[in-house]
Design a protein around this ligand. Structure first.
Ligand code: NAD
Length: 504
């Protein structure tokens, strides 16, 4: 067994995952760090998915009756167990998703943060008292557990996305069935083991409250098609969302869709250019361009273009690319050869459309043949066209000049996706315009910070082809509950609303 596979298996053993879950199966797991095979997992076929949902549906009948603050106690314990397992789980994220140690640990910190948030929430699932037009009546709304929550997640945030959903779903009274990305199944087994530790300390957790089903698209489809899954929370490409969304809608299920982004930054004449450069560098090159919120388009005002862009090109040329486990490199590997090919195809299309390419070549000395390390690409484009309009899940930043503010806002919004956006300016009018109804059309709009690196306190998600879903903070919890409006008559009369008379 290779060193990296041994390290992964040591971590899984420490966390209590049984070897039978990741040896002798048909789903092979590879580390992007070296391209080596690190495990082979048994897959769950449609019949086993149905059985998992059977167990989850039974768990729901019990868990919905547990008082919400008590449900919060399970999530508090999960947060404690995550704190204890932070180094191991963060390292496993680095091994399986290729993130730097700092980003791997950061992802686990995000899980801890959402647990803290959800614990507080467990005492704040508030409804309203509403004024009624009828005398001797009271009207209110109450929030009840919804049912089985199915989570489908992408490879690039292999653990945080589950925790955003699971922490909220559990305090809201729902069981969770999780279909992680087929590219990152080991981190999912690790999360389930960590949750089971919390459950053992909690005591009376119903069987099947949290489950992981391993497999590819068909496994996910079996979950999406099951009418007992009340909410499907699906994170991944817009292509996946186009398949999942209509199916869930067709059976009147509820969906949270967290899909692709084509996020842009605008650098205005008054911007602090040093700060903008650092924010753009992290936003566009961090996580090797494999965040849904990665900055992919940059509009620079013509008056500051020649001050900013040469510095950015220099930063692209000097950024360190290498093995995230053995070096301090800022940019790690692409997830696989397909991602590399997609990047090369986009670069070729941009060149054909008149783009001037800086970087984008393979860095062969960073890893073995089966691993895909690249220099991030900055491409100066004459206009927003061709590949600029689409998300390519790799580190490519398309840079364009602009002259007119209204025109650049129109350009900014003229793509299918609507996830994240940012403006760099010290001009109050520009900043407020960008955040206004006539400004950025994205779910996330920032000023003087990059497009990525959201905190858990805000609702996370985007508009248009990003799917419209919201997860994590603010009132995102409402998607995991069913709302009931209750009207109570404590009088001896029966007045009808709107003055309707029906005397019998
Ligand atoms: P992907 O779409 O290939 O796969 C995502 C998940 O969907 C996987 O678990 C996969 O097995 C499953 N899946 C695919 N087709 C399915 C179907 N028809 N039915 C049920 N399940 C199906 O995405 P990926 O390559 O793993 O991740 C990268 C993409 O995810 C990018 O587009 C990125 O922007 C997006 N993403 C979005 C967010 C967000 O919050 N908006 C967060 C992370 C990643």
């Amino acid at each position: 067994m290779t060193e990296i596979a041994t390290t992964a298996q040591d971590i899984l053993t420490r966390l209590g995952v049984q070897p039978a879950r990741y040896t002798d199966g048909t789903l092979e797991s590879f580390s992007p760090v070296t391209g080596e095979r690190i495990a082979a997992l048994p897959e769950q076929k449609a019949a086993e998915v149905t059985q998992a949902i059977d167990r989850a549906a039974a768990a729901f009948r019990e868990w919905r009756l547990v008082p919400a603050p008590r449900r919060g106690e399970l999530v508090r314990l999960l947060g404690e167990e995550l704190r204890a397992a932070k180094d191991d789980l963060g390292r496993l994220v680095s091994i399986e998703a290729g993130k730097s140690p700092s980003e791997g640990a950061g992802e686990v910190q995000e899980m801890i943060d959402i647990c803290d948030f959800a614990v507080g929430l467990s005492r704040q699932l508030y409804g309203l008292t509403i004024a009624t037009e009828r005398p001797g009546h009271r009207m209110m709304e109450t929030w009840h557990p919804l049912g089985v929550v199915g989570v489908i997640s992408a490879f690039n945030f292999p653990v945080a996305v589950w925790s955003w959903n699971a922490a909220l779903a559990l305090v809201c009274g729902n069981p969770v069935v999780w279909k992680p990305s087929e590219k990152t199944p080991l981190t999912a087994l690790a999360c389930q083991a960590i949750l089971e530790r919390a459950a053992a300390r909690f005591g009376d957790v119903p069987d099947g409250l949290s489950q992981v089903i391993i497999g590819g698209r068909e496994t996910g489809e079996a979950m999406v098609d099951d009418p007992r899954v009340a909410l499907v929370s699906a994170t991944g490409s817009t292509r996946m969302g186009r398949q999942v969304g209509p199916k869930v809608a067709g059976r009147f299920g509820r969906a949270i869709l967290e899909l692709g982004g084509n996020n842009a930054g605008i650098v205005c004449p008054s911007a602090d250019l040093d700060m903008a450069l650092r924010a753009i560098a992290f936003g566009a090159m961090g996580t090797a361009g494999q965040r849904c919120t990665t900055m992919r388009r940059l509009f620079v005002h013509e008056s500051v273009y020649d001050q900013l862009v040469p510095g950015l090109i220099k930063a692209y040329g000097s950024v360190s690319v290498g093995n995230p486990l053995t070096t301090q490199a800022l940019v790690g590997p692409l997830v696989d050869g397909q991602a590399f090919q997609a990047m090369q195809d986009a670069i070729a299309a941009a060149t054909a459309a008149g783009g001037k390419v800086h970087g984008g070549t393979r860095v062969t000395e960073a890893g073995p043949e089966a691993a895909f390390y690249v220099k991030p690409a900055l491409i100066e484009m004459p206009e927003q066209t061709g590949p600029v309009l689409e998300e390519t899940f790799a580190p490519i930043l398309y840079v364009m000049r602009y002259g007119d503010f209204d025109e650049v806002i129109a350009q900014h919004n003229a793509v299918g996706a609507g996830l994240s956006s940012s403006i760099f300016t010290t001009d109050l009018r520009e900043s407020e315009m960008f955040l206004s109804a006539a400004g950025s059309d994205c779910g996330i709009a920032n000023v003087n910070i990059g497009t990525s690196g959201a905190e858990i306190g805000g609702a996370f998600g985007g508009e248009k082809e990003t799917g419209g879903g919201r997860e994590s903070g603010s009132d995102a919890w409402k998607a995991y509950m069913r709302r009931a409006t209750n009207t109570i008559n404590y009088s001896r009369q029966l007045p009808l609303a709107q003055g309707v008379v029906f005397d019998i």
